[in-house]
Write a protein that binds this ligand. Structure first.
Ligand SMILES: [Mn+2]
Length: 202
């Protein structure tokens, strides 16, 4: 059996001339979060990411929001990804793969993940508006690119249909949350093995 008593937690503090970001995650959490990035819509999305992945997240970001939200969103994605990678360790015993078609009102978004150690993002999501309130919709991709790169996951996200841009963004976060939950969960039938014929995912 995988040692499920082992703490799957990760902490990252990252400071540049543009941002200071601190992230703590617990993979085996309950979806409890404390999030403050200074970007209201982004906080709302990260709350969904934690709630529906059941990964506890403590996120504090202070960025150069006088420029725009870009650095803060990207660097928060980097730090969350790094914290998840640390928490996963050698990825022993995990389910590894998951996918979902996630519905929200008129919108349907599909996400698939391989918690492979190999970073890759396939992004097939088109927004019909450049902004949701004051938030730049193109930053949704930037966030997931940073997350996939630094968590070491292969992530595919496709918006199948949808009209409301808030819903399109939110289904991206919720669908990724759900596949992260499933793919990072301990599969008892793996019996603590690394789920790869290579013998390594780290
Ligand atoms: Mn919402």
């Amino acid at each position: 059996m995988a040692d499920v008593t082992q703490n799957r937690t990760g902490q990252v503090s990252r400071k540049t001339n543009e941002t200071a970001v601190s992230v703590s995650v617990n993979i085996d959490g309950t979806g409890a979060s404390k999030i403050s990035t200074g970007v209201g819509f982004f906080d709302h999305m990260l709350d969904q990411l934690s709630r529906h992945s059941l990964i506890d997240m403590d996120i504090k970001a202070e960025g150069d929001l006088h420029v725009d939200d870009h650095h803060t969103v990207e660097d928060t994605g980097i730090a969350i990804g790094q914290a998840i990678a640390r928490a996963l360790g050698d990825r022993r015993g995990i389910t590894r793969y998951a996918s979902i078609d996630l519905a929200m009102d008129e919108t349907m978004t599909r996400a698939a993940v391989d918690v492979s150690g190999r970073p890759f993002l396939v992004w097939n999501v088109a927004f019909t508006s450049p902004k949701i309130g004051t938030f730049d919709t193109e930053l949704v991709r930037e966030f997931f690119q940073a997350l996939a790169q630094h968590a070491g996951i292969t992530l595919h996200v496709q918006n199948i249909y949808g009209a409301n841009n808030h819903h399109i963004a939110e289904t991206c976060f919720k669908s990724v949350a759900r596949v992260l939950r499933t793919a990072t969960e301990i599969d008892p039938r793996q019996a603590g093995r690394v789920p790869s014929t290579k013998g390594t995912l780290a």
